[in-house]
Design a protein around this ligand. Structure first.
Ligand code: PLP
Length: 436
């Protein structure tokens, strides 16, 4: 697999280089030089394969000879060790649950795959030194990265998060793992955490001492595994003789739907993609007006989608560069307010006894809106990106009581919290790193 930069199509880097750089120096995003197609035979037989078998085949097709097949098979089996079931409500509506991994969010696919790819692609000389991952988080990403790298040999993760600004379950996921995961609570904001991490990456002494890397959300190794569950959802539907599918995707940075569109480009039959956002509606506005005007992000209930300038959008534009009309034809976008989100949560619970997190509820609304506009006998599959227990404050008391707490959370609760508290001063953070 070779990749170019969306800002420079002449550039050629290896998969390995793209994984360790995350971003090209020209600030574009890495994209595969070729989007390979899966064989028609494989697509036709998808219903005969497990999620892990599908994941291996898709990864092999994309990554090619950058990783030998038998090693890749093992990496995939270790990374994708949980299921992504489609739960049907009725003949026309179903939900694809992506929250059965360790951090209870779809980001587990990306984080678990990337961690193992990074450990695997480190050269023998590099392996003599720990790979030090530094992350600043405001919530969901940090948990997925911590749990994604947990126990991966040759790696160590340091997570900075703003004191008092993450939910209790999110904090447990950051602070109770032990092993190769360290958490620092910063007496400041998320921006302060980010500034500290950025300064560390630019510090020559730290770079001499440590092999530093980011676990950037736009890393190509996080995008690839997100294609797996689209193929696998299709496989599950096909077993029920349903092959006409609309995917409704809760969208913030557009990495999730970007992977869906990549799957489509690789040959997965999909009737339509629905991009569902909260009031941070830069993409819905773009698809209506044709002009891309990012705005500062606004805080909402579905805070993992509070993105004013979605970083993966350039990837989607790049995928459809040769055919912009196809993009407008294939993607319909909808945006919803917090009030509509709350109503959707109630409606899902009252009509289907289904408790959805606010991000998921927004995708459900998009599915409903599309169904009102478009006739046809298709199945709408809306993606559930996180377990509701991660966002307890969103629910009224009676619904909060109905949340069942998954085993992953109970396991963490019994472990002691380990964290250090630091201020926003870079020298203190640097000393902390150097002393450990
Ligand atoms: C990250 C996240 C999203 C948004 O996904 P993108 O790939 O950024 O569009 C939606 N829901 C949850 C729960 C998330 O953590």
């Amino acid at each position: 697999m070779n990749l170019y930069s969306t800002n420079n199509k002449e550039l050629r880097v290896s998969f390995r280089e793209a994984v360790f750089n995350s971003l090209p120096a020209d600030k574009g995003l890495y994209m595969p030089t070729e989007i390979p197609s899966l064989s028609a035979d494989f697509i036709d037989k998808l219903d005969q394969f497990s999620l892990q078998e599908i994941a291996f085949e898709v990864a092999k097709t994309l990554i090619g000879d950058s990783i030998p097949a038998s090693d890749l098979r093992q990496l995939v089996d270790e990374a994708i060790n949980f299921e992504a079931p489609v739960v049907s409500f009725d003949e026309r509506t179903a939900v694809l649950e992506l929250f059965h991994g360790p951090s209870l969010a779809f980001k587990d696919f990306g984080a678990r795959f990337m961690s193992r790819i990074m450990a695997y692609l480190s050269t023998t000389t590099e392996k003599e030194q720990l790979l030090d991952v530094l992350v600043a988080t405001s919530g969901d990403t940090g948990g997925a990265v911590a749990l994604g790298f947990l126990g991966v040999t040759g790696t160590r993760v340091t997570i900075l998060y703003p004191k008092g600004k993450v939910s209790p379950i999110q904090e447990q996921q950051l602070t109770r793992n032990g092993q190769n995961i360290r958490a620092i609570e910063i007496d400041g904001t998320f921006d302060d955490c980010q500034a500290l991490v950025k300064e560390a990456f630019n510090d020559s002494e730290l770079n001499r001492q440590f092999r530093l890397t980011s676990a950037n959300s736009i890393n190509i190794a996080r995008l690839i595994p997100q294609t797996f569950y689209y193929f696998n959802a299709y496989a599950q539907m096909k077993r029920k003789r349903i092959t006409d599918i609309v995917f409704a995707v809760p969208s913030g940075n557009f990495g999730n739907i970007g992977a869906g569109l990549l799957a489509f480009k690789m040959g997965l039959p999909v009737r339509q993609f629905l991009a569902a956002t909260n009031v941070n509606d830069t993409v819905p506005r773009f698809l209506t007006s044709g002009s891309y005007e990012p705005r500062p992000s606004v805080a909402t209930l579905s805070n993992a989608m509070d993105v004013g300038n979605p970083s993966n959008w350039v990837r989607i534009m790049d995928l459809f560069e040769a055919n912009r009309d196809l993009l407008k034809e294939k993607v319909t976008a909808y945006a919803y307010t917090d009030e509509e989100t709350r109503k959707a949560i109630d409606e899902l619970y009252n009509s289907h006894q289904y408790l959805a997190c606010p991000h998921t509820a927004i995708a459900y609304l998009a599915g409903k809106a599309y169904k009102n506009e478009q006739e046809g006998n298709y199945m709408t599959v809306f993606l559930s990106t996180a377990h509701p227990c991660k966002f307890p404050d969103v629910f009224p008391t009676d619904l909060r009581k109905a949340i069942d707490i998954p085993q992953q959370v109970k396991d963490l609760e019994s472990k002691p919290a380990q964290k250090d508290l630091l201020g926003t001063d870079f020298e203190a953070f640097k000393q902390w790193l150097l002393e450990r």
